[in-house]
Design a protein around this ligand. Structure first.
Ligand SMILES: [Zn+2]
Ligand SMILES: [Zn+2]
Length: 146
């Protein structure tokens, strides 16, 4: 994917702006999530990292993923227990996704009005959300054509 170098560059500049430390491992994990080009599980990332850093252990991956998640540089798909890269890492946002059940293609949607609506609902219920992932399952356009 051509956008991937841009995403890494954007994350780098975000880290500089926000005073965050993008360590080589965090950066490498980010690159691996982007390169997966779809949902990827933590243990697949660990296997990949181990081939480059034999000493890598589960906490290495989880710490890197936590950093990337906490700063909204990647998203976690709750139902698949997998991670996807984010194509607008420059502003904090909650994940909203269309997920194809046939080919597992994940489309990140970006709909601020949806976000506002959900925030308003939570507030009406005096509920303070800690995280929120909207996952819509179905069939993508290319699978529907088949
Ligand atoms: Zn995103
Ligand atoms: Zn599909």
């Amino acid at each position: 994917m051509e956008q991937s170098a841009d995403v890494v560059r954007e994350v780098e500049s975000q880290c500089r702006e926000r005073g965050l430390r993008l360590t080589p491992t965090r950066r490498r994990v980010l690159e691996m999530v982007i390169a997966a080009d779809g949902p990827v599980k933590a243990y697949d990332l660990l296997d990949q990292l181990k081939s480059e850093q034999p000493k890598a252990a589960p906490p290495t991956i989880y710490r890197a993923l936590d950093f990337l998640l906490a700063n909204h540089f990647i998203h976690r798909l709750e139902s698949l227990n997998a991670f996807v890269s984010c194509f607008h890492p420059s502003h904090m946002h909650q994940g909203q996704f269309l997920i194809c059940e046939r080919c597992q293609t994940v489309i990140e949607i970006h709909e601020p009005s949806l976000q506002k609506g959900l925030a308003a609902i939570a507030e009406r219920n005096q509920f303070k959300p800690s995280r929120q992932v909207l996952e819509i399952y179905g069939t993508c356009s290319s699978c529907r054509r088949q």
